[in-house]
Design a protein around this ligand. Structure first.
Ligand code: HEM
Length: 507
């Protein structure tokens, strides 16, 4: 009988044992003492009870029961790798960030890909956005660019994010997902979701692999140059492997056979020396252009049109190293949008503003107060006044733990001071719902100008197949929004739905 060849990932243990053939190691407890017998607990006679003094067993069991930590509340399922970012073009006139300081400069990076809504064991090939987060280990500290594989996001005020995630996740009563009523209820009530929904249901809603997709910082950031001049910017990273997607049918089939399809692909590619790479670009908008922009440049449900704000090449990044231990380096990696370096600043983007708080907060819960001392999260140097807390590793020697002091403690950084922009702010504090700011013009451009006819018809089928299980009131409401993108889009979704039996429910 013919056998399927084993891939690199399947041979991981075999490879390990080959490489370490000549080594002889003996076992220890986690506190380093030798273990006489790993396969027998300490009992009183053959059938006697196990003794509490069996500290070898206690060491094993107590660690085991704490092996899992809370999974990420979103983006739980993912894969990670390491590599470097290299500058290929000069953008020092826009930013003083040292990561971009000279052509040819290389900075080590970590990348984590993920899907958004599923839990840790969820199949990789579901229809969902994909996370694409990059950690730059720069000489000025950690810069985390926590992006997705789509240039826009569903909602544009951070206060709506938890509700939006709830409708993507499980129904709290039935514990089932997707719950089509929850999903379409929110999508149809918040029309700013339309633009991203079109991308979700397009071919790009299910990438063929993590290597075959682009990445986007999505939110708007700001650059500050050495003269203190501020411009707004968006980040794009375009795949050199080409865009490849899976059809819904292919994806469903794969999900039944290999839940870790994307994770396996990434691991094997890197292990086999087929290193994936992306080219890195920025878009730049001056504050004067932002003030006159016909669309809100700080609204993440909108793109900046490339015709007006072209992609400016900056560099490339390559992933050439798999993690040595998944848990230590991928499960425990923490990307935080607030990890910015001098020369890169936030913008008034409302989603970004909420994210600046939320990631550090969730890390303190998920990973603990000292997660930045874990090797994968740790910057090259830290001279701070924070101390102690659970799992402290770095005590910072004998330097003073208070400021100001007279004992050579670290002082303010002059360069960072010069690069901190003065932001003129004024206004009346007020809750202003921004969900109705022209949600259809850009979605229309995407539908009419970007998508080809065959892509449009697959989009319609995908939307209809998700609309089919919900009730007719929500279907009608969703179709009203899709018709505002393009009359014929709404019509064709309606026609496609007419081939199914739908359930009418009064709401
Ligand atoms: C107000 C809006 C948002 C909030 C409150 C939020 C919150 C979170 C939280 C709590 C996590 C889990 C982090 C962890 O446990 O380490 C997370 C992960 C993530 N978020 Fe967001 N998020 C928001 C919007 C976005 C947007 C717009 C994007 C994309 C541009 C995005 C991309 C990601 C990615 C890629 C991850 C996974 C990071 C990793 O691989 O560890 N998020 N988000």
């Amino acid at each position: 009988m013919a056998t399927t060849p084993r891939d690199t990932a399947a041979n991981q243990l075999l490879e390990y044992s080959r490489k370490h053939e000549d080594e002889e190691k003996t076992m220890t407890t986690s506190f380093g003492t030798p273990i006489p017998d790993k396969n027998a607990s300490l009992t009183v006679g053959y059938h006697g009870p196990i003794l509490l003094q069996d500290w070898i067993l206690l060491d094993e069991l107590s660690h085991f029961s704490r092996e899992r930590i809370p999974e990420r509340v979103v983006h739980a399922k993912g894969a990670g790798a390491f590599g470097y970012f290299e500058v290929t073009h000069d953008i020092t006139h826009y930013t003083a960030a040292t990561v971009f300081s000279e052509i040819g400069k290389k900075t080590p990076i970590a990348v984590r890909f993920s899907q958004v809504a599923g839990e840790l064991g969820y199949p990789d090939t579901v229809r969902d956005l994909r996370g694409f987060a990059i950690k730059f280990y720069t000489e000025d500290g950690i810069w985390d660019l926590v992006g997705n594989n789509q240039p826009v996001f569903f909602v544009n005020d951070c206060i709506n994010f938890p509700s939006f995630i709830h409708v993507m996740k499980r129904n709290p009563k039935t514990h089932l997902r997707p719950d089509y009523d929850m999903f379409w209820d929110m999508i149809s009530l918040r029309p700013e979701t339309t633009h991203t929904a079109l991308i979700l249901f397009s071919d790009r809603g299910i990438p063929a692999s993590y290597r075959n997709m682009h990445g986007y910082g999505t939110n708007t950031f700001a650059f500050v140059n050495n003269h203190g001049k501020l411009v707004y910017c968006k980040f794009h990273y375009l795949t050199n492997q080409g865009i490849l997607n899976l059809s819904s049918e292919e994806a469903q089939k794969i999900a039944g056979v290999d839940t870790d399809y994307h994770t396996r692909d990434l691991y094997n590619a890197i292990e086999n020396g087929d290193y994936p790479s992306w080219n890195f670009y920025v878009q730049i908008m001056t504050p004067e252009q932002a003030a006159k922009s016909p669309y809100d440049p700080f609204d993440d449900s909108k793109v900046w049109l490339h015709a007006d704000y072209p992609l400016i090449p900056v560099g490339r990044f390559v992933l050439n190293k798999n993690p040595k231990n998944y848990f230590a380096e991928v499960e425990q990696i923490g990307f935080d949008v607030a990890h910015l370096i001098p020369g890169i600043e936030p913008s008034p983007d409302r989603m970004l503003q909420g994210r600046l708080f939320n990631y550090g907060d969730t890390h303190r819960y998920r990973l603990g107060v000292n997660s930045l001392q874990l090797p994968v999260n740790s910057p090259f140097k830290v001279h701070s006044y924070t101390r102690d807390g659970r799992s402290t590793i770095n005590s910072q020697g004998g330097t003073p733990n208070y400021h100001p002091n007279s004992f050579k403690g670290p002082e303010n950084d002059r360069r960072a001071q010069a690069l901190s922009p003065s932001l003129p702010l004024s206004g009346v504090a007020k809750r202003i719902d921004n969900g109705n700011d022209d949600n259809f013009t850009q979605a229309r451009l995407l539908y009419q100008r970007v998508l080809k006819p065959d892509e449009r018809s697959r989009l319609i089928q995908n939307i209809a197949s998700w609309l089919k299980p919900t009730n007719s009131v929500l279907q009608d409401r969703a179709i009203v929004n899709f018709s505002k993108v393009d009359e014929s889009l709404g019509q064709q979704i309606r026609e496609e739905l007419n081939s199914y039996v739908t359930h009418h429910v009064d709401l």
